[in-house]
Design a protein around this ligand. Sequence first.
Ligand SMILES: NC(=O)c1ccc[n+]([C@@H]2O[C@H](COP(=O)([O-])OP(=O)(O)OC[C@H]3O[C@@H](n4cnc5c(N)ncnc54)[C@H](OP(=O)(O)O)[C@@H]3O)[C@@H](O)[C@H]2O)c1
Length: 258
Amino acid sequence: MDRELKGKVAIVTGASRGIGKALASTCASLGANVAIAARQEGPLKETADEISKKYKVEVLPVPCDVTKLEDLQNLVNKTKEKFGKIDILINNAGVSSQYPFHEQPIEDFERLSHTNYLGYVRLIRLVINDMMKQKSGAIINMVSGSTLCDPLPRNFLVYSSLKVGLRAFLKGLFWEIRDYGIKVTSLLPGVTDTDLTGKLKEISQDSSRLMTTEAIENAVKFALTVPANVCPLEIAIINQQTPWTAPVIPFKQQHPGK
Ligand SMILES: NC(=O)c1ccc[n+]([C@@H]2O[C@H](COP(=O)([O-])OP(=O)(O)OC[C@H]3O[C@@H](n4cnc5c(N)ncnc54)[C@H](OP(=O)(O)O)[C@@H]3O)[C@@H](O)[C@H]2O)c1
């Protein structure tokens, strides 16, 4: 087996299932020890046991709600106590909320921004000084293929605009810290078959449009194994028949003239 990350330590958020679980497995398969985070302790522990048994690395489950600053600090502290350092951060925890804007529950805005934007930026802030001292590090972030659409996909305005902001932040961050040897990568996946899209009923009905996590795992493997003087800044992995361009998300409003 390829163990190119042997001796490295990774944190993966939102790693109890879906894309995060797949990426924690990717890091482990390459030999890294991994701290995995999610809110529900049971599934997180099961995932940790499964990955550590399969790949013979240490996997530390840390219950963590990324919307809470104290939980993020605890995640960093626990990882450093156990493994001594952090080489790789995979910011992945995210939630979805699909509504025409005027019908979207107003409470969702805070949850979305604290999970899908602030959670990422805060966790990076908590690891960045150590990475700067090490003069190395990789920060990989699950953004979204929806950020490539202009205008943004209907019914995804708040979710997608937060991801647009995140993408802009990450690109700027790379230029700001690149002299410290730190790589910053944004992944822009298309619609992927996970619990998150399971809730997007209209898309899932046409299951041939959904990707598995395999291509995203390969992209992360690529990002983590390129030569030290290369940074894959953005990687878009889009469905061959992307739902956004041929809208399959029904919207009640009729366009004028139709
Ligand atoms: N699936 C797609 O089509 C797609 C496309 C583009 C981008 N993305 C992005 O990819 C990321 C992962 O999505 P996914 O499809 O794998 O979702 P998923 O299957 O629903 O998994 C989400 C993971 O995040 C955790 N999580 C949710 N809220 C959290 C919080 N506040 N604190 C800590 N952990 C939390 C969940 O565990 P708990 O519930 O136990 O906390 C779970 O482990 C998200 O950022 C999403 O926006 C997904």
